[in-house]
Write a protein that binds this ligand. Structure first.
Ligand code: SAH
Length: 221
């Protein structure tokens, strides 16, 4: 009877927890990401709830996965690396361009004060918004729109993360980055590099981190 009660009162036991733990150890920590707050956040977010149902069992594998409309959820290591580079603090307001499944936004939500995320494909924006809502990530605001424009009403941002690749750093995003802020963005077409951009009172500094392969950033109208 007690067992039955425990089973009923705990219906959401997460069978993927061991896979998630293994993903973090073998793919993320082993490659050098060591910020414990980032690692804790990635352990907490149930990545299998952000991929299409048919791919649930592949959610913790070491590669990106399709999420429909020709788009992908990034490889777990890349999400971890970009999040670490952003150096998010509990008081920060962060902008994400390229909501996709909402997975990266969920990871950021656990580290930041608030997350604003823009997605150009409205079907993806709406499904990510619904998913984030139902999972209780209520400090994330999603809108369907063109990320090249940023989100002026909420600027300036302490951090900006772009998860699709433009040919060059969009000027309006640079403008909407606060002094002292950091931007992590893949830039290029076929050959892309992940850039860390910092802004201080003397100007902008760019540092190339690693070669990457992201879906292109779509030009709006
Ligand atoms: N961060 C996502 C991965 C997204 S893939 C996740 O965690 O799942 C990149 C996303 O960028 C795609 O969904 C694509 O539609 C979106 N995108 C491409 N160009 C864009 C633009 N100009 N503005 C906003 N989003 C854009």
């Amino acid at each position: 009877m007690l067992l039955l009660f425990l089973l009923i009162s705990n219906p959401v036991k997460d069978v993927y927890e061991p896979s998630r733990q293994r993903m973090v150890e073998e793919q993320i920590i082993a490659r050098g990401v060591n910020d414990s707050l980032v690692i804790d956040a990635i352990i907490k977010v149930k990545r299998h709830l952000f991929v299409p149902k048919t791919l649930t069992s592949s959610a913790y594998e070491d590669h990106p996965l399709p999420i429909g409309y020709g788009q992908t959820i990034s490889q777990p290591y890349i999400v971890a690396l970009m999040t670490e580079l952003l150096e998010v603090e509990k008081t920060h307001k962060v902008l994400e361009v390229g909501t996709g499944s909402g997975y990266q936004a969920a990871v950021l939500a656990l580290l930041a004060d608030s997350v604003f995320s823009i997605e150009i494909i409205s079907e993806l924006a709406h499904s990510a918004e619904k998913r984030l809502d139902s999972l209780g990530y209520n400090n994330v605001t999603v809108k369907a729109g063109d990320g090249y424009k940023g989100w002026k009403e909420h600027a300036p941002f302490d951090g900006i993360i772009v998860t699709c690749a433009p040919d060059e750093v969009p000027a309006l995003l640079l403008e909407q980055l606060d002094t002292g802020g950091r931007m992590v963005i893949p830039v290029g077409s076929y050959y892309q590099e992940l850039l860390l951009i910092t802004k201080d009172s003397t100007g902008i500094t760019e540092k190339s981190i690693v070669p990457v392969r992201f879906v292109p950033m779509i030009k709006g109208d």
